[in-house]
Ligand binder design. Structure first.
Ligand SMILES: CO[C@H]1[C@H](O)[C@@H](O)[C@H](O)O[C@@H]1C(=O)O
Length: 714
């Protein structure tokens, strides 16, 4: 009998230690597994003192108590007394000693969301002070403090101050009201509309905690391909229930506004933005929304793009449309994010150019509370794109960055692709629009042109899967968005390091290996999918797997052949003056570099040039040989990731180890698929064989051309 009890308890313990499904994201708060450090932490942290008067402070205090109790493996009590090791939370207004101890200037510099974490002496005791002018800052400071412990950093002499560089740090959900998610690969939408507002799922709290921990302060709940129903009263009540939860975590809710809503749900005959009735309808609608959700953030709008209605339906401009909505929300301090991802109904000669052509002339015409939201590149979230030429081209308008966390063109939730290198590559690009510094980062953080409104958004990769993002490493992309929006100067290595230590373990061998994998993963994907500036050669519609041969789409610019333009003379899209001249949209310094085939970075070559197959590359190889080399290297590198991962079995739980092992297995097969399909197809133009030194494709081009999604050659 006794033996059985021991066995059962043993199994329970084993399960509680080993059951890891990724739900906790990077907020695991497991007991510190370094005995020396644990002892120190236990002495340095003895209790929490908080003058909690407000929801955000309460959230900070709860998180600290939960986190510290977990990390220290003992109860960390709330206490009124100040003792050695007290973690004290409060604003200078609540704790007047702070002003003297910290200094007024330092406090002013923190703004509304910044924080200080300091080891100080107070009432003769050594305490850790977490303060900010507003409760929001303290919440962020509390999460930073927990991060230090999760990363096993020293906390003896803390003197940390931090403020966000970007004001609006947002997730964009492409979630539909029927709980499907456009381009979502991690299950259905986490918004349980049917049971809202009555049922407040624990997931909403955990979602908010995760976002707050990385500084995300807003979420657009609904798809940009919008449904006007969300703006009706019963749905707004559901939104209000979410807003009530998120508010405590300093997260505002935003909605997408369908431009034709006045017609669809308002019974008007028109949605013309200059029509008085229409304008009044939106004003009344905004008033109604704010009466239900007093801190509503505002609207995100996709208009006159891919069939969505917009002001151009009435011969009005994007500025007319945006300003009408901006006027409606302005009395409530709301904002409008108007997307620049537009392309017309007819196939353009070069889709690259359309956003710039439509928006640049409107610079200066938008209201103060409008931001134009621009995708990182000119086409559509490809594995590599040059920076969008609108960055720097509209100095009078705050431009907001839109990244895509969900991996629509990067292997869905199947491939391990860490996106931080892609994001920072764009941020660090110099637009050359100002003599003294005008990187994309400086454009979007508002410093280049003196805008106080600034923003960065990521199209969410979150769904109802247990681990939120489908692929366990998808969490890192969500994590990255928040951290980069807070501080665009962070490097991919820093962010990866933080994420790995919190999500898995601090063990050096694991951290080093996984960090290397993550940092390499984006370029690896580029190599096996679209090396040397190839783009948009994926399967039509579903966007999964290679289909460079496809030419049957209803419009030319949805066809891969439109983008790669391979023929017997060469491959690539000529966007120089002798071609579409899209390069004219960049500043001369950028244009000159890209338009000269000798100075154009090879990684962007086929974005801008139609290059002969025997063109000599920097390596001395011909273009064709180089292309083969890249595709083969891409596959080899996935195999390297597999080998690296296989050595890590003993460092983490079996569940996540196996998941990632299996996913890497599929990624390897699909990298081979991309490589073979693309090279076999392009070979029909290059006229040269795949060099004999490489492993031979074991399938024919016809085989790949007949594959139909979702059937991949596994
Ligand atoms: C929401 O629609 C998406 C569409 O599904 C997607 O394929 C493309 O990336 O971009 C569109 C957009 O960004 O509006």
């Amino acid at each position: 009998m006794k033996k059985w009890i021991v066995v059962i308890i043993g199994i329970m313990l084993f399960n509680s230690v080993s059951a890891e499904n990724g739900y906790d994201l990077w907020l695991r708060y497991k007991v510190t597994d370094n005995a020396v450090l644990l002892q120190q932490y236990r002495q340095q942290i003895t209790g929490i003192n908080c003058t909690c008067s407000d929801g955000k402070l309460l959230a900070a205090q709860q998180e600290l108590q939960q986190g510290l109790t977990g990390l220290l493996g003992k109860n960390v009590p709330l206490q009124k007394l100040v003792t050695n090791g007290t973690v004290m939370l409060g604003t200078p207004a609540q704790l007047p000693f702070i002003k003297k101890s910290v200094g007024e200037n330092t406090l002013t510099g923190l703004g509304d969301e910044g924080y200080l974490i300091r080891s100080i002496r107070h009432e003769g005791k050594n305490i850790i002070l977490i303060t900010g002018n507003k409760e929001a800052g303290i919440l962020y400071g509390a999460f930073h403090f927990l991060r230090l412990l999760q990363m096993q950093q020293p906390i003896a002499q803390l003197n940390i101050s931090s403020t966000p560089a970007i004001k609006l740090r947002l997730l964009n959900h492409w979630d539909n009201l029927n709980r499907t998610v456009e381009r979502g690969y991690a299950g259905g939408s986490i918004w349980d509309w049917q049971r809202l507002p009555g049922y407040r799922d624990q997931r909403y709290y955990d979602y908010a905690r995760a976002n707050a921990s990385i500084g995300i302060n807003g979420t657009v709940l609904t798809n940009v391909n919008a449904n006007a129903m969300i703006l009706t009263e019963p749905w707004l009540q559901k939104v209000a229930a979410l807003a009530a939860i998120f508010r405590q975590y300093n997260i505002k809710v935003y909605l997408t506004a369908r431009f034709s809503a006045p017609v669809e749900i308002g019974n008007l005959k028109t949605a013309d933005p200059l029509n008085e009735e229409v304008r009044k309808w939106w004003k009344d609608k905004a008033d109604e929304i704010y009466s239900i959700i007093p801190d509503f953030g505002g609207f995100l709008v996709k208009a006159n793009s891919e069939g969505q209605p917009g002001p151009q339906n009435y011969q009005r401009t994007h500025a007319d449309g945006a300003n009408m909505l901006a006027d409606a929300v302005a009395p409530h301090n709301g904002i409008v994010m108007w997307r620049a991802f537009v392309y017309s109904n007819e196939s353009p000669e070069d889709r690259f150019k359309q956003a710039y052509n439509e928006f640049k002339p409107l610079d200066g015409q938008f209201r103060k509370n409008v931001l134009v939201q621009v995708k990182n590149g000119p086409i559509d979230f490809q594995p590599r794109e040059p920076f969008h030429p609108l960055f720097g081209a509209m100095p009078q308008t705050p431009l907001m960055m839109e990244y895509q966390l969900t991996q629509e063109y990067m292997g869905f939730a199947t491939h391990l692709v860490y996106e931080a290198p892609l994001f920072t590559e764009v941020l660090n690009a110099d637009t050359h629009t100002k003599p003294n510094g005008s990187t994309v980062a400086q454009i979007i953080d508002g410093t280049a042109d003196g805008h106080s409104l600034s923003g960065m958004a990521g199209v969410s990769n979150i769904g109802s899967d247990i681990n939120w993002t489908g692929h366990p490493f998808g969490q890192a992309n969500w994590y990255t968005l928040g951290r980069l929006a807070w501080n665009p100067a962070l490097t991919p290595a820093q962010i990866a390091n933080e994420w790995i230590r919190q999500t898995f373990t601090n063990k050096k061998a694991f951290v080093d290996t996984v960090q290397q994998m993550m940092l390499a993963s984006r370029e690896i994907m580029v190599n096996y999918m679209t090396p040397l500036g190839l783009h948009h050669i994926m399967g039509y519609g579903h966007h999964y797997g290679p289909a460079p041969w496809y030419n049957k789409a209803p419009r030319a610019d949805w066809n891969p052949v439109y983008f790669h333009r391979a023929d017997s003379t060469g491959i690539g899209f000529n966007r120089t003056a002798s071609g579409s001249n899209a390069l004219a949209q960049y500043q001369p310094a950028v244009r000159r570099q890209y338009e000269n085939i000798a100075t154009c970075p090879e990684e962007l070559l086929l974005w801008f040039h139609h290059v002969p197959w025997d063109h000599k590359m920097k390596s001395g190889k011909t273009l064709w040989e180089e292309m083969c080399e890249k595709y083969y290297r891409g596959v080899d590198s996935v195999r390297w990731m597999q080998r690296s991962w296989s050595r890590l079995k003993n460092y983490i739980d079996e569940e996540r180890f196996k998941q990632i092992e299996q996913l890497l297995g599929i990624q390897e097969q699909e990298a081979v698929w991309w490589r073979n399909a693309c090279l076999l197809y392009f070979q029909t133009f290059s006229g040269k064989p795949i060099p004999a030194k490489y492993e031979k494709p074991d399938r024919t081009l016809e085989y790949y051309m007949e594959l139909n999604f979702p059937y991949a050659p596994h």
